[in-house]
Design a protein around this ligand. Structure first.
Ligand SMILES: Cc1ncc(COP(=O)(O)O)c(C=O)c1O
Length: 411
């Protein structure tokens, strides 16, 4: 296995040291193969909003598996999942299930190109949309962490059709669309950036993208693979009140199993085969076990008070971390939107990729290891978010803040 891992950031390349090998997990905790217990804030990079292995997901998975693991034919569960998504996301009138976030964004862009008959796509520096060829241009976590702005193996022609703007800089988008508007198929954006550390949209940014896209006939795609069902049940589009033309989902919508989804306006989605002429298919798409996990997770999120509780605990953690850093005389900027947050080791505000790059990676690495030594698992890269789950208790948060007090003092 290259680097001993199946996804690069897991190798601890950005923080040094040896990755912890996980054996099992439950709730807010996981245990490594040596029997050490950790409070986990990676949460499998976002999907586990109820923490690890909640009973209702295990039961749903077991029930579905007993009936067959894959059919490659339509099932009622797919319809139930689709209905849950279109109810939660009014901008999504039709949806197609896929197997990962990468596939969701790659497919959404193909559909936007088919729909508009245009080739170019605007993306924002530091945003990560998975590893499809055309999107590996100033991508988030992997690119930033390892300082590789482009991946080898991506034909120059692919990247040529990707236009770059700075996150939160509407003037960049205006400039690009003024000169090239009639060639641009889509603007794709993480409505809350989560892959260069957490960066909220500044006031007017998402609204501005909406306005420009409408004026220029460009398809606005919100990549809500992280933010969907995370920053609100209806994602960032609900939280900020801006409707995109297309939405991509993943992570939480799969309840911890491999799932992605893309959808949007009916007239756009009707271009997808077999209704239309844009080809997109998948052997395991809409897999019954994955649908069962996604449905169970999504339904559980409908309980009253879920997002309020997440907000409260996340706020308590963010405050505690900020205070601990201040008491230790360590300069940090803490960005948080709902239950996703990041500590940047630099003065703020951090509003774009250049700001995020200014965060001191050595300090993050030291902090990360000091926390890990105290049995708190953070993301092994300064460019990633910490996720609070419903399973994190007040006691977990207290223990984490106590560990952070000691860890900040060691910097
Ligand atoms: C915003 C965003 N889009 C797309 C992806 C790609 O999803 P996946 O890793 O499931 O392919 C990610 C993954 O972290 C993501 O954060």
């Amino acid at each position: 296995m290259p680097g001993g891992v199946n996804s690069p950031v897991r190798a601890f390349g950005a923080v040094g040291g040896t990755p912890v090998f996980i054996e099992r997990a439950k709730g807010s905790r996981y245990w490594d193969v040596d029997g050490n217990e950790y409070i986990d804030y990676v949460c499998s990079w976002g999907p586990l909003i109820h923490g690890h292995a909640p009973d209702f997901v295990l039961e749903a998975v077991a029930q579905a598996a007993a009936l067959g693991t894959s059919f490659g034919a339509p099932t009622a569960r797919e319809i139930e999942m689709a209905e849950l998504i279109v109810e939660a996301y009014p901008s999504v009138e039709m949806v197609r299930m896929v197997n990962s976030g990468t596939e969701a964004v790659m497919s959404a862009i193909r559909v936007a190109r088919g729909y508009t008959g245009r080739d170019k796509v605007i993306k924002f520096a530091g945003c990560w949309h998975g590893h499809a060829d055309g999107l590996l241009v100033r991508a988030g976590s992997t690119g930033m962490t390892f300082g590789i702005p482009d991946s080898a193996g991506v034909p120059a022609g692919y990247a040529e059709n990707t236009l770059l703007a700075r996150f939160n800089a509407l003037e960049d988008v205006n400039e690009l669309t003024t000169s090239l508007g009639d060639q641009i198929a889509a603007i794709v954006v993480e409505p809350v950036a989560g892959n260069m550390g957490v960066i909220p949209p500044v006031d007017g940014f998402l609204e501005g993208l909406r306005r420009i896209a409408t004026e220029q006939g460009i398809v606005l795609i919100f990549d809500e693979v992280i933010t969907g069902f995370r920053v609100a049940y209806g994602g960032a589009q609900e939280r900020y009140g801006v409707e995109p033309d297309m939405t991509t989902l993943g992570k939480i919508v799969g309840g911890g199993l491999p799932v992605g989804a893309y959808g949007g306006r009916r007239d756009i989605m009707e271009r997808v085969a077999p209704l239309g002429d844009v080809v997109q298919a998948g052997t395991l798409s809409g897999n019954p076990i994955a649908m069962a996990a996604g449905i169970a997770t999504t339904r559980e999120l409908q309980r009253d008070g879920t997002y309020e509780r997440l907000e409260e605990r996340s706020d308590a953690l963010a405050h505690g971390l900020s205070e601990a850093a201040a008491d230790a005389d360590v300069t940090i900027t803490l960005n948080r939107v709902g239950s996703m947050m990041s500590v940047f080791f630099c003065p703020g505000p951090v509003t774009d990729a250049d700001g995020a790059a200014a965060s001191d990676g050595d300090q993050y690495a030291k902090f990360f290891h000091a926390m890990l030594d105290r049995n708190i698992a953070l993301a092994p890269s300064k460019a990633e978010a910490a996720f609070v789950s419903i399973a994190h208790t007040d006691n977990d948060i207290e223990l984490t803040i106590k560990a952070a007090r000691e860890s900040f003092r060691m910097l």
